[in-house]
Design a protein around this ligand. Structure first.
Ligand SMILES: [Zn+2]
Length: 81
């Protein structure tokens, strides 16, 4: 995933893009709107980013569900005795 960031405005695109070309469109849109079509002096750029964190940010959603099911099974086996 790609994310456009403008260092001069200290801002970034509102959405992460799956392809670099879409992020380059974000870059040009921002340059047109905020800098009159010019490149900002303090720089801007497109960087690769990870997918946004899901759930608690530690485990992917499916791993979190699997952990909860496992915990429920362990607790159930404890209480069943
Ligand atoms: Zn800017």
């Amino acid at each position: 995933m790609y994310l456009y960031t403008c260092h001069q405005c200290r801002t970034q695109a509102s959405a992460r893009r799956t392809d670099r070309a879409a992020s380059e469109d974000d870059q040009q849109d921002h340059r047109d709107a905020a800098h009159g079509g010019h490149a900002p002096l303090d720089g801007d750029g497109i960087r690769r980013v990870h997918h946004p964190a899901r759930g608690d940010g530690i485990l992917p959603r499916h791993s979190c569900l699997a952990a909860l099911v496992l915990l429920a099974l362990v607790l159930h086996s404890c209480w069943a005795r």
